[in-house]
Design a protein around this ligand. Structure first.
Ligand code: ZN
Length: 399
């Protein structure tokens, strides 16, 4: 593996459109961008990549993944499986944020952190949220603040559930306390200290967040609500929240049943929010990968369970471009620079000098992912995995 790579004549979407550029990578970092870059008289072997057929974009940042599995809401047999490395990399995801979700009893922080480290060893970048659906929050060390200050991988808390029958029915004062702890922990550790909020289909919508912010010293940016496309009422409340200055997140994993029953496709939601004048810096997509997705028949009978897929993240961004006329730089921003900024990951989400060499090459002709590099290492080539997770079945993955 050459540690120096020179991408020639790529159309750079950084994610903003910077036209045709060369990009020079050394080890895990992007060290130069410009036209007519050469490797000079380097004594080191340089891999030259002809990128003239491709858009070169930042690796994707997925802000909500149940990478140790989630679910369990239909009994023990409905607990979903772990994510494998290529589930992320084939979808261009090079940074994933792991969460517990509904179940903080059989899913634990020890397991979450171990899996985060395993995925790092296998090649991508990972972070986690402390807490889960419930308030008061489960934590590893006894408080949200301690977890954020002392555990490197914890960058925020969540997903805290509101307006949902599965939530712990938190009061706005409790939400305010969670946000205050996360804020102070984040400040002391130099992290985002964001509160990820799972928004259910309950009638109170986003009101608990507005009430937690009103009359406090907290800003609306402390909260990062997700599943905002779950139905039209939540979507409308989300637009209101974003127009008030908040950041909102749309979930890309879905089922045909959900889309037929009021869910707004994430791609369509992104297009509509942009059309309302909400800047893309306040709009993100996340996959909810490895969450459980119940499948119902037309009469509402449970037929079975599917598992959310990280690969839907880029599929939705691509659909926003092809089906809903969103510009490619805006669609990419919603899965790169916007989540990186919300999560305080300053070395992620952009192709720029000094950033991590997380790079996706997208075929210009059909917008499919061709190659994926994470911290300078190529993990996907011509749409196929070059690197597998430790226990992945290579034959199955190639079929
Ligand atoms: Zn959720």
């Amino acid at each position: 593996m050459n540690t120096i790579k020179l991408f020639k004549n790529a159309h750079l979407l950084a994610p903003e459109d910077l036209g045709v550029q060369d990009v020079l990578v050394a080890a895990s970092k992007i060290i130069a961008i410009g036209s007519d870059l050469t490797a000079g008289d380097s004594n080191f072997p340089v891999e030259i990549i002809d990128a003239s057929d491709f858009y070169l974009t930042p690796g994707f940042v997925d802000s909500l993944v149940h990478f140790i599995g989630g679910g369990g809401e239909g009994g023990f047999a409905s607990r979903t499986p772990e994510m494998q490395l290529t589930d992320a990399t084939l979808g261009g995801v090079t940074t994933a944020i792991g969460v517990l979700g509904t179940d903080a009893t059989t899913r634990t922080f020890s397991n979450l952190l171990a899996k985060a480290h395993a995925l790092e060893s296998e090649g991508i970048s990972t972070y986690c949220y402390t807490g889960s659906y419930q308030v008061p929050c489960r934590t590893l060390l006894g408080s949200i603040t301690d977890d954020l200050i002392l555990i490197d991988k914890f960058i925020g808390v969540g997903e805290i559930a509101i307006s949902d029958h599965r939530s712990s029915q938190p009061t706005f004062t409790e939400l305010r306390k969670v946000a205050a702890e996360a804020r102070v922990g984040g400040m002391l550790a130099g992290k985002a200290g964001i509160v990820s909020v799972h928004v259910g289909a309950g009638a109170s919508l986003l009101d608990p967040l507005h009430r937690a912010v009103a009359g406090s010293e907290l800003t609306i940016r402390q909260f990062y609500p997700t599943h905002i496309n779950r139905n039209q009422a939540v979507f409308n409340a989300g637009l209101h929240f974003a127009l008030a200055g908040g950041v909102i997140d749309f979930t890309t994993s879905t089922t045909a049943y959900d889309l037929q029953h009021g869910e707004v496709a994430a791609a369509h939601a992104l297009a509509q929010a942009l059309a309302k004048g909400i800047p893309v810096s306040r709009l993100t997509l996340s996959s909810d990968g490895n969450a459980s997705l119940p499948i119902f028949d037309s009469s509402g009978q449970l037929l079975g369970l599917e598992v959310g897929k990280v690969s839907t993240l880029y599929q939705s961004a691509r659909s926003a471009v092809l089906d809903y006329q969103v510009s490619l730089p805006d669609a990419l921003a919603a899965i790169t620079s916007s989540p990186a900024d919300v999560l305080g990951l300053s070395h992620k989400g952009r192709v720029a000098q000094g950033k991590d060499a997380d790079i996706v090459l997208i075929n210009k002709s059909n917008l499919h992912i061709d190659s994926v590099y994470a911290k300078g290492q190529q993990l996907v080539k011509a749409g196929q995995p070059l690197v597998f997770g430790t226990f992945e079945n290579r034959n199955l993955s190639r079929s």
